[in-house]
Write a protein that binds this ligand. Structure first.
Ligand SMILES: *[C@@H]1O[C@H](CO)[C@@H](O)[C@H](O)[C@H]1NC(C)=O
Ligand SMILES: *[C@@H]1O[C@H](CO)[C@@H](O)[C@H](O)[C@H]1NC(C)=O
Length: 401
């Protein structure tokens, strides 16, 4: 009886969310988006409740739900799928079965999840990587980097760097029949941040310079300097990403201290002496006019946090804060941004900054698009948008990798 009442209660709240939480007008399949958005808001609500009564930590609710979508490595008629480790880092390999006359390209895949949950083995990503391997006749390497808060900055990055460097050794490339001149990295959301950072680090490492041919960033989050950009203001309550949930999860990568989370929410987390970084993420300079609307630029407030977090001024957390000189030699870049996305402006600013530095950038902006669509390609909520985004970046890779 208790269970039934509880389920009924949850269903009512879910229904109320679906009916009352508005979604922007130009969103396609609005009811599916409403349902997805309501499920995420419910998850956040339940997670807050569980954390308050000491049952489970906030992020554990998200990571537990994510494990429901994990898949086994199942090969099909076209692709051999293997789970293995590079040193102690789990990777999932997608190896095309068909005979090939020439060496194959390779793509590293870095999943999203705010650094705190998720896995490349989740069903939607598994579909995606299988599809990419087949369509591009490429070896795809999904990376399961460590997660926060158990492993904090820069653990996730170190894992990605290690896996990529490990794979780029001549004997490993030869073992998988990979063409060393056709290697790309792709990531979505927080994985887009990791992709951008790895590309910067490798390009500025003499041993790995020019080893990455292309980077693909799908609705990436690229900075935590200023959390009050126009997209943060307009999409504070979602859809999909709400400002509070995103900051709560992503801040765990730096620290579990709630003072940090609260300071980031108020956009007053940056330390004294970091003001020179603002010009590198100044939306008033870098956003196309169309997205500035009537928003008024205000500088983040400095020096309010008593504890010091060096990560906050580190470009290995915020790849947007490197100088133009460090951007100059980056590989061919594809960036996809979605209109209705809390972190949309990070991607838009990076497009401008990269182009200013002379990097070749292809940019697709999806009007009516929402954050996370690549993960919503499986029942119960499968969006056409997810498949459209997949086809966009795959066809870019077909031409450019
Ligand atoms: C195998 O590849 C062919 C040709 O691309 C495709 O039509 C078929 O659906 C693929 N099979 C699977 C299981 O994905
Ligand atoms: C940001 O850009 C605006 C408009 O160009 C400018 O007035 C302001 O001084 C800039 N602020 C910083 C910190 O770069």
């Amino acid at each position: 009886m208790g269970h039934k009442a509880l389920c009924f209660g949850f269903s009512c709240v879910l229904l109320a969310y679906c009916v009352y939480s508005p979604v922007p007008e130009n969103i396609e399949e609005p009811w599916k988006v409403r349902l997805m958005d309501a499920l995420i808001k419910m998850t956040s609500l339940v997670a807050t409740l569980f954390e308050n009564i000491g049952l489970m930590k906030y992020e554990e609710v998200f990571s537990t739900l994510a494990t429901v979508h994990l898949t086994k490595p199942i090969s099909d008629e076209n692709i051999t799928v293997i789970d293995t480790n590079f040193r102690d880092i789990p990777v999932r390999l997608y190896l095309p079965k068909r005979k090939s006359e020439r060496q194959r390209p390779a793509i590293f895949f870095i999943h999203g999840g705010a650094f705190a949950f998720g896995s490349c083995k989740m069903s939607a990503y598994d579909d995606l990587n299988r599809w990419a391997a087949n369509k591009l006749d490429a070896v795809v390497v999904g990376i399961d980097h460590r997660l926060a808060p158990q492993y904090q900055f820069p653990a996730a990055l170190e894992d990605c760097v290690f896996v990529i460097k490990f794979f780029l050794r001549d004997e490993v490339l030869a073992e998988f029949g990979v063409d060393p001149t056709r290697v790309g990295i792709m990531g979505e959301s927080s994985g887009g941040a990791l992709t951008a950072i790895v590309s910067q680090l490798l390009q500025n490492d003499p041993e790995f310079k020019d080893r990455i041919k292309a980077q693909v960033l799908i609705y990436p989050g690229l900075q935590s300097i200023d959390t009050y950009l126009p997209s943060h203001r307009e999409y504070e309550h979602g859809p999909i990403l709400s400002r509070e949930m995103t900051i709560k999860l992503a801040s765990l990568y730096v620290s579990e201290d709630t003072a940090l989370f609260q300071a980031i929410l108020k956009n007053e987390h940056m330390p004294e002496g970091s003001g020179h970084l603002f010009k590198l993420v100044n939306w008033s300079d870098f956003l196309p006019e169309k997205y500035k609307k009537n928003h008024v630029y205000t500088e983040p407030i400095l020096g309010k946090l008593s504890a010091s977090y060096p990560a906050l001024v580190d470009s290995r957390l915020s790849p947007l804060i490197v100088s133009d000189a460090q951007l100059q030699n980056l590989p061919l870049t594809y960036i996809l941004t979605c209109e209705h996305d809390l972190i949309r402006d990070d991607g838009l600013i990076y497009v401008t900054r990269l182009r200013n530095a002379g990097v070749q950038v292809s940019h697709d902006h999806v009007e009516g698009g929402i954050h996370g669509a690549l993960s919503f390609t499986r029942a119960p909520v499968s969006l056409h948008l997810g498949l459209r985004i997949r086809d966009k970046y795959i066809s870019w890779l077909e031409e450019n990798l």
